[in-house]
Design a protein around this ligand. Sequence first.
Ligand code: BTN
Length: 290
Amino acid sequence: MPEPADHSSFADPLNIDHLKASLRTRAFGQVLRYTPSTTSTNADALLALQQPSATPTPHGSVFLTECQTAGRGRRGRTWHSPPQGNIYTSVIVLPAAGTTRVGPWLSWIPLFAALATADALVAATGLPISVKWPNDLLVERKKIGGILCEQTSRPDKTIAVVIGIGLNINAPLDSFPEELKAGATTLAAEAGRLVDRAALLTELFLRLEQRLDGLLTDGPTGMIDEYTQRCSTLGRTVRVSLEQERIVEGVAESIGPDGCLRIRVSSDSAQPPSPSLLEVRSAEVVHLRG
Ligand code: BTN
C-alpha cells in the first residue's frame, strides 16, 4: 500500500515554458494554447476548429488548462475538474493528407488514445495501469482518467477529431465528490508521491504522436494485440447497458477489427435475443460494468 502523497506544501503550478522546451514531438503540442481556467478544453478546441484559418489549429494542436468549470465526460456526463494538480488537455487530430478511408481511422482513435495515455502513465510512474474498454484508465479497478473523443467537420468540410484527456494526478482525493470517491483514484495517491505533470505531458504527447504514426504506417493490427494486453475488460463478465434500456451480460471475449468489444452473451433483455457473440461499439454503450 503506497504512503499517502504529502499535499502539505501543495503548490504545483504547471511550468508551461518548461513543458514547451521539453517536447520531443514533431507536431503534438508544438501549437500549445494554455489558459489557467476554462469551461472545457474540448469545447475550446472544437470552437477553434470552426474559426477562419487566420488562427490556425494544425494537426497536433493542444489545449491545456489547470481547471475546467464545465468539464465534459462521455455520454453527456460532467468531468470533475478541480483546480490545480490534475491534467485537462485536448489534442486536435487531423487525418493525414490522402487518407481515403476515414471511417476505420476514426473508429480506432479512442482506443489508440487510451493505449498511448496508458503508455505515458506507466512510463511516468511504473504503476499497473489498465484500460477499461473503450478508454477508461484504471489502477486496479479505480478510475484514474478518462478520454472523450469528439468529431467535427471543419468549414472546408474536412473531418477533425478532438481527443480530450482528463487525468487525476495530484489533486487531493478528499476534494472529490462523495459519489466519485469510491470508484476513483489519483496518480499521487497510488504512487505515494506528487507527480511532475510537465514531464507526464511531455511523455503523453510523444506517445500519442508515436501511436498515431504507427496506426497510419502499420494499420491497427499490432495495436489490437497491444490494446488486448492492456485491456482489463477482456476475460471478465460484463454487464452492458445499451440504448433503449437493453441489458446484455456475458464474457468480454475480444476486440474486433474496428475496435468494437465482442461479448459472449449469457443473457440479453432484447427480444428477439441477440447472436451469442455480440459486437458492441462505444457509441452504443450507456454503461459497462465489469
Ligand atoms: C470520461 O467520461 O471518462 C471522459 C472524460 C474526459 C475529460 C476530459 S478533461 C479534458 C477534456 N475536456 C473536457 O471537457 N473533457 C475532456
